[in-house]
Design a binder for this molecule. Sequence first.
Ligand SMILES: [Zn+2]
Length: 254
Amino acid sequence: MIEYSIYPGGRRRIVTFSYDDGPEQDARLIELFNRYGVKGTFHLNGKHFLGLSRAKWQAIRTRYEGHEIACHTLQHGWLERMPEISAVKEVVRDRQILEDIAQRPVVGMSYPNGSFSETAIQVLQACGIVYSRTTNSTRKMALPQDFLSWNPTCHHRDALVLCQRFLDDLDSYWTGPLFYIWGHSHEFRTEEDWVHIESVVRSLSGNEKIWYATNLEIFDYMSAQRQRDLQLRACRRAGARAGTQRCVYGSRGP
Ligand SMILES: [Zn+2]
């Protein structure tokens, strides 16, 4: 299917950030994201929130407000290695806990340790997970072909060089539209590390040609586009059967 590179607000490019494990440093990273008007998805392990008070849950919800909370399994397990039933429990329990905190459906995920397999993907589908990010950096600006094995562009340590390439190509029809950066905020150990990620965020921010979106917002938008394309094809087939070139919607045929 041909993808049309136009996004909400008439923008032609997308930037998204994706951070795993939910360490304390997420708070500082979110403050940085908010300051520059970019959005992130935060993949959390439910085990860290078991037994916490409702007030603590509220504080976590407030911390991630304006961004996306997504799954990362209950205990950070290796999905590829564990029996299916254990994988189901890891995903479902994580999802339940995070939905109690977020007070909304949590249907996104990233694979702990980048570990996944065809069986793991089937488990995710059964558990209602609609996308999951790998740790396989492509260094490309491509939209995913398969949202359940969504490869990012790069880890944040490699982002600054690619930022310039992405910005240089904003008006090009020869390159993909999505710059997807992933990492862990606990990797920012020194002030130099924070200066580096701020340089990345600042360079990508405030650009009217870029849509700053969470992972789920991208999934939702692309899914709606693809659904419309499928409907259009179905209409054309129905039109062909009815002997007309026109698209025929539902029962409102000629
Ligand atoms: Zn992790």
